[in-house]
Design a protein around this ligand. Structure first.
Ligand SMILES: [Zn+2]
Length: 152
């Protein structure tokens, strides 16, 4: 037979002081559920808890977890880097006649700040000459390492 809960009745609740599931006297009700209870062992009044703290439903714990700031911050930073790179690329390549872009080939020789046109990656600007056979080129979508001045 199910126990009918009522004020001054008894209910099993987690005691926040004794840290045990113990018999409590109901001090107040919220709808059909016990709300405030008094521990019959330590006489502490506290909110009714049907379960020990560790057995709380998971959803409740997740909703109180730290906000997802780190994730969105990372996305925002990546976005900023992308926008910054695109602006740099536009500053470097914008307003130049297409004749100023040197067609890219692995045997061509490039200098820093040279404009080039790559068949696959499009227009780019040489950021730096890494070594005698390697250049770093900024394209609209990303910077890439390309070979240059290789023997044909
Ligand atoms: Zn207690």
């Amino acid at each position: 037979m199910a126990k009918v809960l009522r004020v001054a009745g008894e209910v099993d609740s987690w005691c926040t002081r004794c840290r045990l599931m113990l018999n409590h006297r109901i001090v107040s009700m919220k709808g059909a559920k016990a709300h405030q209870v008094e521990c019959l062992t330590c006489r502490e009044s506290h909110l009714f808890r049907a379960h020990p703290p560790g057995e709380k439903p998971r959803i409740e714990r997740e909703s109180t977890a730290a906000p997802r700031v780190p994730r969105s911050t990372v996305a925002t930073r990546a976005e900023q880097v992308r926008i910054g790179r695109e602006q740099n690329w536009e500053r470097a390549t914008g307003g130049h006649a297409s004749t100023e872009f040197k067609p890219y080939s692995v045997s061509a020789v490039f200098q820093e700040a040279d404009l080039l046109r790559h068949k696959k990656f499009g227009d780019g600007v040489v950021l730096r000459v890494v070594d005698t056979q390697k250049i770093e080129v900024l394209f609209r979508d990303e910077a890439r390492m390309l070979a240059h001045s290789l023997p044909d």
